[in-house]
Structure formats: structure tokens, C-alpha cells
Design a protein around this ligand. Structure first.
Ligand code: ATP
Length: 199
């Protein structure tokens, strides 16, 4: 049975906080495969200044090439029609990769709203969750939420020194003419500059 970590997100753009979370969870749980899946239209939040799917996919690819070469990016959600619902993505993954055990990777905000996701109970029966805090001081809150959502322990909270930042921060810095290079893999920042994204 292959153990596969699935990391979904808007990745608009992918930043060092995303890579940090994936790296730390991979170090703790040692998946056989680690898959980043950029979402088409985010159902859980409003998309502001959304770069094209092609650009977001390419930025994830560049970031992984530079920072996390053992991981791969998938266009599964970008090429499907309509909103990206995790439930349907998991159904597709189960069909494509039978005999696999899936774990969804996410940060604090996604765990705290997970019980508002479409068919979240079914999602939890199809996959485990691996979560870590985005900001200092969130660990206990996450452990409490994890126990409440899955008393049988299908949600693992991985202790991690947080690297607080968001794509919103990156977009704001770029829009206002600042330097976001501390927040981004070098190749991602070069790509954004070349294409004039988020201006
Ligand atoms: P935005 O600011 O545009 O809302 P975001 O930075 O929250 O974007 P997303 O692509 O929406 O990024 O997040 C995808 C996943 O990555 C979510 O599970 C989120 O919790 C997690 N995540 C984002 N930033 C961090 C971070 N700095 N540390 C840990 N997890 C993060």
C-alpha cells in the first residue's frame, strides 16, 4: 500500500510557508509520494487577484524543483470543470491510484473550517489529515479541533516551528512595489517578475 500525501491549495502564489509545511510534515510522516494539487476555483475562500491556473501550476513546479524535488505537482483539479471539491478529487485519486492510503496536508485555517467542507465526514473516511500550525500559539487549538473532528485519531497534528506568511502578503508586497524575495523561492519570484504578475 502506497502512502500518498496530498497538499491542495490555491498557491496564488506558492510561498516559503507552503514549502515549510510540506517539508516538516513529510519529515514527520515520510510519505512514499507527495503531491501538490493547485485548485481551480477555491470553494473555501474568495479568490482575489487570482493568477491563471497555468501560471500557478508552473510556479509550484518551479518551487518544487528548487526546494522540494521529491514532491510532484498535479493538474488534476486545474483541468477539471467547476469548483475544486476535495471529495471529488479524492474519488478521482482513488480511481487513478488504487491501493493507496491518502493523507491531506493542511494548515490551521483549513483545519478549523474543515467541518464546513462539502462531505467532510466522507473525506475523513477516505483520507487521514496531517496538519500543522501557521502561527505561534495555535498548536493546542489544533489538537483540540483534531480530537473533536476525529476522536478515532485520523487527524495528526505535527509539531512545527511556524513560518507565518500568506499569499495575500506576497501579493500586497508586490502590488505596493516592495521586495517579496524573502517569502518566495528564487525561481518563483523570477517567474512573477518576468510575467508581471500581481501588479
Ligand atoms: P491567501 O493569502 O491567498 O488566502 P494562503 O497563503 O492562505 O493564501 P493557500 O494556497 O490558500 O495559501 O493555502 C493552502 C494551504 O497551505 C492551506 O492548508 C493553508 O493552511 C496552508 N498554508 C498557507 N500558508 C501557510 C504557512 N505560512 N504555514 C503553514 N501552512 C500554510
Amino acid at each position: 500500500m502506497e502512502r500518498i500525501g496530498i497538499y491542495g491549495g490555491t498557491f496564488n502564489p506558492i510561498h516559503r510557508g507552503h514549502i515549510h509545511l510540506a517539508r516538516e510534515i513529510q519529515a514527520a510522516l515520510q510519505f512514499d509520494r507527495l503531491l501538490f494539487i493547485p485548485s481551480r476555483i477555491p470553494p473555501h475562500k474568495e479568490a482575489k487577484q487570482l493568477a491563471s491556473g497555468q501560471d500557478r501550476l508552473e510556479m509550484v513546479r518551479l518551487a518544487l524543483e528548487e526546494e522540494l524535488p521529491e514532491a510532484m505537482v498535479s493538474d488534476l483539479e486545474l483541468k477539471s470543470r467547476g469548483k475544486s471539491y476535495t471529495f471529488y478529487t479524492l474519488e478521482k485519486l482513488q480511481a487513478l491510484l488504487p491501493d493507496s492510503a491518502f493523507t491531506l496536508i493542511m494548515g490551521t485555517d483549513m483545519l478549523l473550517t474543515f467541518d464546513q467542507w462539502f462531505r467532510w465526514r466522507d473525506i475523513l473516511s477516505m483520507a487521514c489529515l496531517a496538519v500543522a500550525a501557521r502561527n505561534a500559539g495555535e498548536q493546542q487549538l489544533m489538537e483540540k479541533k483534531a480530537r473533536a473532528l476525529s476522536p478515532e485519531g485520523r487527524i495528526t497534528v505535527v509539531p512545527m516551528t511556524p513560518l507565518p506568511m500568506s499569499s495575500t502578503d506576497v501579493r500586497r508586497i508586490i502590488r505596493t512595489g516592495g521586495d517579496p524575495s524573502a517569502l518566495l523561492p528564487e525561481k518563483v519570484w523570477a517567474y512573477i517578475r518576468d510575467r508581471g504578475l500581481y501588479q
